[in-house]
Design a protein around this ligand. Structure first.
Ligand SMILES: NC(=O)c1ccc[n+]([C@@H]2O[C@H](COP(=O)([O-])OP(=O)(O)OC[C@H]3O[C@@H](n4cnc5c(N)ncnc54)[C@H](O)[C@@H]3O)[C@@H](O)[C@H]2O)c1
Length: 451
């Protein structure tokens, strides 16, 4: 039977070592805006039994094990040892002094009625002073900001914050997840090339070191895994990859895959699977939250645009399918439109062609809620990064490519192209979990059912 099984028999048959999720997990969030407060409030609402964790694979997803006839599909959270929601403690940083309750009211994603039911919890999360510099986010200005002699000094202050939170919260393990604003576009340079070069740059206040990198450096130096929910370069540089591996602190990034890009990575693999061609894809959005305001600045928009544009090129592989995808036109627009708040509307006009080159059009009008889509991603990234750090196999490898499923511009090992297809990403994620637990990988071959 083994020669025609739909599970890969070469898979490791021994479970790998994963330390149990004992004690509390401290979640540290630079940027206590719409996404962060929707995430924190959501976790508390679920803990109190007020709402369900819809959209979270770790909380609702199952994983098939063995043959289709085996009937084994445990919940993911029962299959691998994840931290429980009741064990999560939060802290955050922001350039504004608003606590999580005020910030959530301001963001206006969740209803007041829900927020009021968990008000004491949200009130208790006060932002720490941020490391911030207007040169990297032009549209924002806040006073709740640390002062320091150098970027090195600021990194040390963040390390103090991390140690303080660990002590006061009683957390056994920590995770940092960037939910701060999108910074201006930066490219990899000399200062990012190694930990040594980066540390020299911290001392010299190198302008290619953005605030998000200072947080990441502080976290990884303290052995704390780091996820990047924004498209900033942040941990996508050799210096951070080196630090991550050295300190067994896994990293994942960049940019939460929500809204329009989520739709793109669902639709485009379908077109390619059926060998349908693409002439053009025009995407435009209106949104009115603070994120929209920040993205109104060309510097921040460029960072986001790069993240959003790369997706189609990688999925459609024009070099392999020139008749179908050579020279397709791809445009992404984001328009700041205050009346909509967090309730973004994203339009896509997709010009495809089929048999004998006959053209067709598809229109997508997604009335989505940005932070409602992002919050479960933040939760899953936090729980899986914590799992990765407790896993003997994963803790020392740096980039956790198996978490690409959640990200618009997945980070990869040097020389690899990122996998954007949502369904391949899901297979990769689940096979990673099977591998960790010594279960055969699922190949979907399935010939044995017909022997
Ligand atoms: N909402 C989504 O669906 C989604 C999807 C993908 C990516 N993102 C990204 O996630 C991030 C957060 O989005 P949001 O909608 O919550 O935005 P937001 O504007 O509501 O929140 C961002 C917060 O970060 C704070 N901030 C900025 N720089 C900071 C710094 N250096 N230190 C500490 N705090 C800082 C701001 O004051 C603000 O409160 C953005 O970068 C956004 O592009 C969001």
């Amino acid at each position: 039977m083994a020669k025609s099984s739909d599970t890969a028999t070469q898979a490791s048959s021994q479970a790998t070592k994963i330390a149990p999720a004992r004690g509390k997990l401290g979640v540290m969030i630079p940027g206590m805006g719409a996404v962060a407060t929707t995430f924190m409030a959501g976790v508390e609402a679920v803990r109190k039994g007020i709402a369900e964790p819809i959209g979270s694979l770790t909380q609702m997803g199952t994983i098939r094990l063995g043959k289709r006839t085996d009937g084994r599909s445990p919940k993911i959270k029962e299959f691998v040892p994840l931290a429980g929601l009741n064990d999560i403690e939060f802290t955050g940083w922001d350039i504004f002094e608003e606590d999580a309750y005020e910030s959530a009211m301001h963001a206006a994603v969740l209803e007041k009625d829900l927020l009021n039911q968990i008000k004491p919890f949200l009130k208790s999360i006060q932002p720490r002073k941020a490391v911030f510099d207007r040169n990297y986010v032009k549209k924002l200005d806040g006073k709740h900001v640390k002062k320091g002699k150098s970027k090195r000094d600021l990194a040390e202050q963040l390390r103090d914050d991390i140690r303080d939170f660990k002590k006061t919260s009683g957390a056994d393990r920590l995770i940092m997840i960037w939910c701060g604003s999108t910074e201006i576009f930066l490219e990899r340079g000399e200062v990012h090339s190694s930990v040594k070069a980066f540390e020299k740059g911290l001392d010299k206040n190198d302008e290619n070191i953005a605030p998000s990198m200072i947080y990441a450096y502080a976290a990884l130096s303290e052995g704390v895994p780091f996820a990047n929910g924004a498209p900033n370069l942040t941990v996508d540089i050799p210096a951070m990859m080196e630090l991550s591996r050295k300190n067994n602190a896994p990293i994942a990034g960049k940019d939460f895959k929500t809204g329009q890009t989520l739709m793109k990575t669902i639709l485009a693999p379908g077109f390619k699977a059926r060998m349908l061609g693409l002439n053009g894809w025009f995407s435009t959005n209106i949104l009115g939250n603070r994120d929209g305001e920040v993205l109104d600045d060309p510097g921040s928009f460029k960072t986001k645009e790069e993240s959003k544009l790369s997706v189609l090129e990688q999925i459609l592989q024009p070099s392999l399918y020139p008749q179908l995808y050579k020279d397709f036109y791809h445009k992404v627009r984001i328009n700041y439109y205050p009346p909509r708040g967090d309730n973004k509307e994203g339009w896509d006009n997709i010009d495809i062609f089929g048999w004998l080159g006959y053209p067709m059009q598809i229109k997508v009008d997604f009335l989505c809620r940005d932070s409602i889509l992002a919050a479960p991603i933040a939760l899953d990234l936090v729980l899986f990064l914590d799992l990765a750090q407790r896993s003997e196999h994963l803790r020392g490898i740096g980039i956790q490519e198996w978490l690409s499923f959640y990200l618009k511009s997945p980070m990869t090992a040097p020389g690899l192209y990122p996998e954007h297809d949502l369904f391949i990403q899901l297979i990769k994620l689940k096979n990673t979990l099977r591998h960790l637990r010594g279960e055969p990988l699922i190949t979907h071959l399935g010939l044995e059912y017909y022997d």
